[in-house]
Design a protein around this ligand. Structure first.
Ligand code: ATP
Length: 298
């Protein structure tokens, strides 16, 4: 099994990494920082072992190995079509594996029933169905389904969890609204609240900042950090590499359906790696005590 702090993974490409720069001083009012690169990461919550996924003759994931640390925020980054969404969907069992296994705290997720899996992990998809005419609170309460007796009604406790989840994602004011009438950003909050109502040990987020204004983007990333502090393992596909640098403890870099680098974002997301993987000109700067990537067309 691959160690979560390995910087280079996968045989397809070998990418150069460099030593971690010194930790920046804390910035007043800044979001809680991810652990320092030197801090040891806990045992992996999630082990990805040799995942292969195909659709017809297309190979979407090929030999994906990686470890996602427990109680931390891990980013999955990579160019369009790299396989980020496919990886998240493979972890939740929404797409079948041709080969390999996904282990959550050592248990093979492939051996669990759908209901057992839904108690352990929740996925917020990038383009989740949006045209459902349904009360927002009912959508959030769907997250309680795996915890309810099969034909049981929502209990007061279910309602309290759903309302708490809506408060955490800033969706409380939307209770009572018809889901179909919500804006993209509002729907995103409701989908996130539904996932939190599931009370998962592992939360998978597919581009969670999509549709969100900049304030809401930072709020959702801060929420991911808060959830990790509460012990939830978060795995999020992200496009914004500066979000990965600022908010994540660990990163898996996907390209061409395989993991080409993994480790602490400050160690992995070097200018060289970003240039190589994305085909852009990249510069790493330290601005106001933070690591920043500045990108230009190649
Ligand atoms: N059912 C399918 N049949 C054939 N190819 C597919 C199928 N589903 C996905 N793909 C291809 O698999 C590759 C990986 O897709 P995926 O959506 O996982 O990428 P991604 O990294 O999430 O991309 P993006 O950043 O654009 O969202 C893409 O090239 C996509 O076209």
């Amino acid at each position: 099994m691959t160690h979560p702090r390995d910087v280079k993974l996968g045989a397809r490409r070998q990418l150069r990494t460099e030593a971690s720069p010194p930790s920046p001083p804390p910035v007043p009012g800044a979001a809680p920082s991810p652990p320092d690169a030197a801090a040891p990461l806990d045992v992996p919550a999630l082990d990805l072992a040799g995942l292969r996924v195909s659709a017809g003759r297309a190979v979407l994931l090929d030999g994906v190995d990686g470890a996602v640390p427990a109680g931390a925020v891990t980013a999955v980054v990579g160019p369009n079509g790299a396989g980020k969404s496919t990886l998240l969907r493979a972890v939740v069992g929404a797409v079948p594996l041709d080969a390999g296994a996904v282990l959550l705290s050592g248990r093979d997720l492939g051996t669990l029933t759908r209901r057992e899996r839904a108690r352990e992990l929740a996925l917020v998809e990038q383009d989740a169905p949006a045209d459902v005419s349904r009360d927002v609170l009912d959508v959030v309460l769907l997250g309680r389904t795996p915890h309810r007796a099969r034909w049981g009604a929502d209990s007061a406790a279910d309602l309290a969890v759903a309302r708490g989840a809506m408060a955490r994602t800033g969706a409380e004011a939307l209770a009572g609204r018809d889901f179909a009438t919500l804006s993209g950003g509002e729907r995103q909050r409701v989908h996130l609240a539904r996932a939190l109502a599931q009370e998962p040990a592992l939360l998978l987020l597919d581009e969670p900042t999509n549709h969100l204004d900049v304030g809401a983007q930072l709020a959702v990333l801060r929420l991911a950090r808060d959830l990790a502090a509460d012990g939830v393992t978060v795995l999020a596909a992200l496009h914004d590499l500066n979000h990965a640098l600022r908010f994540c403890d660990h990163v898996l870099v996907l390209a061409g359906g395989t993991v080409v680098a993994a480790g602490h974002p400050r160690e992995v997301l070097t200018a060289d790696l970003v240039s190589d993987v994305y085909g852009v000109r990249a510069h790493r700067l330290a601005v106001a005590g933070r690591d920043l990537l500045v990108l230009d067309p190649a």
